[in-house]
Design a protein around this ligand. Structure first.
Ligand SMILES: CC(C)(COP(=O)(O)OP(=O)(O)OC[C@H]1O[C@@H](n2cnc3c(N)ncnc32)[C@H](O)[C@@H]1OP(=O)(O)O)[C@@H](O)C(=O)NCCC(=O)NCCS
Length: 338
């Protein structure tokens, strides 16, 4: 049975069953990734930025008895933001290749179409069945990044401490667990706006104005994801010359996610990228004792950043792609008029 589903009011048994399916999917497709925990999973699925909406459906097996709500075999949700719907689909490995994934996409696509949105975007992990799946549905690849993973148990901490101090004169670093303080939000948003990458399809939009930035930090906290920031301040002007953001999710606190790292144009060439990332790792080592890995995503063309990441010990893991499709075309392909 497939039905619309609201994680805010779902039973704990359904949340637990969805978690089991997610972990079965990870074990099958990304066996090196840590399994997720139930901590803040409901909030992760429920909370969105102001102005955004997430709509979900689940596919459940027949209940086996009065206490069994029916295992969650698949789930789809679509996040409506800006002018696109961002899709995520999961099908339990034991229920694959029977058309369930396609049915779930059709449900979500119909809704996105009815809501008047033009396109659907999705993140597709390289070397998994999702690539053939989305290509069979007519999605096309827009953008490819490389995911890299750093194993903190293999890090040379003394060398890292040296990197953290190897920064040009006239700059100093500041560490902010929880996000930038209020009085820095404006300078922080300015630094982010400056290097906005206009070519990227924005499935994970960054925040470029202070209000949006504050909303995005609040949303992260509500979803159980703790942000950490290291800033490089230019002492003479007080400007934010560089920043790096890492988020530790309650759902998988052994593996953190590296978000944006930015060095403003005028401040490049002073070792800021290397120093802020090294300082971040040193801080995380004491702030998050459970943490053993950090993952990051980079455009393949971003050679400077890839070089610094390699020096820090990041190893490239796999392709991470963004695909998109025109909603009307998708609905007509999957649900041709009779
Ligand atoms: C991608 C996914 C949703 C597909 O679900 P599914 O129910 O197996 O898909 P369907 O049965 O509807 O397949 C539809 C079509 O997609 C294509 N397809 C799906 N899986 C495929 C595979 N493993 N190899 C080749 N083609 C595939 C086929 O053309 C298939 O049609 P066919 O079976 O008639 O040949 C499922 O594999 C999944 O949940 N993957 C994980 C997705 C994810 O987000 N992971 C994130 C963490 S890794």
């Amino acid at each position: 049975m497939v039905r619309e589903w609201d994680p805010r009011t779902a039973s704990s048994a359904e949340i637990a069953s969805l978690l089991a399916t997610l972990n079965a999917v990870l074990a099958a497709d990304l066996p090196q990734d840590p399994p997720w925990r139930e901590t803040s999973l409901r909030e992760y699925l429920t909370e969105v930025m102001p102005g955004e909406r997430r709509i979900s459906w689940i596919a459940q097996a027949e209940p086996t008895g009065p206490d069994d709500p029916g295992a969650v075999l698949g789930q789809v949700h679509v996040l409506l933001l800006g002018d696109i719907g961002v899709l995520e689909v999961l099908v339990h490995p034991s229920a694959r290749r029977s058309g369930l994934g396609r049915d779930l996409v059709l449900l979500a696509a119909r809704r996105v179409y009815q809501e008047g949105f033009q396109s659907i975007g999705v993140e597709v992990v390289g070397d998994t069945p999702a690539v053939a799946f989305y290509e069979s549905l007519g999605f096309t690849r827009e953008y490819v990044e490389t995911r890299s993973v750093l194993d903190l148990t293999a890090v040379d901490w003394a060398e890292l401490a040296e990197m953290a101090t190897g920064i040009g004169a006239g700059y100093h670093l500041e560490f902010f667990p929880g996000g930038p303080p209020d009085d820095l939000l404006e300078a922080y948003a300015r630094a982010k706006a400056e290097v906005r990458d206009v070519d990227e399809v924005e499935l994970r939009p960054s925040s470029y104005d202070p209000e949006r930035l504050r909303d995005s930090l609040d949303t992260l906290h509500r979803r159980g994801m703790k942000p950490y920031i290291v800033l490089a301040r230019h002492e003479q002007s007080g400007e934010v010359a560089g920043l790096t953001e890492v988020v530790v999710p309650a759902q998988h606190p052994t593996r953190a996610d590296q978000y944006d790292t930015i060095v403003a144009q005028d401040h490049r060439g002073y070792g800021i990228d290397r120093a802020i990332k090294a300082r971040m790792l040193l801080e995380l080592r004491s702030a998050e004792p459970e943490l053993i890995e950090v993952q990051t995503w980079n455009a393949q063309a971003n050679e400077a950043m890839l070089k610094v990441n390699a020096e820090l010990g990041y190893r490239s893991d796999r392709d991470w792609c963004e695909y998109s499709v025109d909603v009307a075309e998708l609905v007509h392909r999957l649900d041709p008029p009779h």
